[in-house]
Design a protein around this ligand. Sequence first.
Ligand code: 5GP
Length: 195
Amino acid sequence: SGQVWHGRSGQDGGKAQDSGECPFGQVSGFSRRAETGMVRLFAHCNRRTLMSLHGDYDDQNIFAKIIRGEAPCYTLYEDDDVLAFLDVFPQSFGHSLVIPKKAAARNLLEIDTDSLAKVMAVVQRLTRVLVEELQPAGVQVAQFNGAPAGQTVFHIHMHVIPRFAGESLGIHASAKADPAELEQLQARLRARLAD
Ligand code: 5GP
């Protein structure tokens, strides 16, 4: 159990180190660079927001990296076509994600119906397991298309979010869960999925 690497073994993403020196004494040069950077960033964000429903599939997105084994995840279920894992920024206890492994699809518009059907079969199975194990009062199944609709990762995924009476939904993709808690939850759900 625990967070594991899928596909080929653990390549670290090799986070780029910031080698820039402290810019004291070169304030004007630094501000100019910062300003140019900000303008570029805004232009990039704007383009991303506007194009997010129709752009090209970016194989560097985090879920593509998880599928290839370049980033870890708390796997709940996996077969040749589908991967289910815990959301690391859960909006409720048990918040899980289900993704196609073979379809390079950003959203519902792009995925082929065969892959979608396989994903939905796992969504249903996982929903049943979450209900049996965690006894929520409800379950929300959600999927977002395009940044204005709330999509932040551009590889299609279904959210399965258990809802507990009296508990409001956490803020989307905000607080990272405690790894020990995720690991414990993963073990409980995997045991039930294996039945
Ligand atoms: P979206 O906003 O695109 O519908 O949802 C993306 C989801 O992916 C969010 O709920 C966010 O918490 C989750 N997420 C983002 N990065 C990671 C990650 O590295 N690992 C996992 N397991 N979930 C992630």
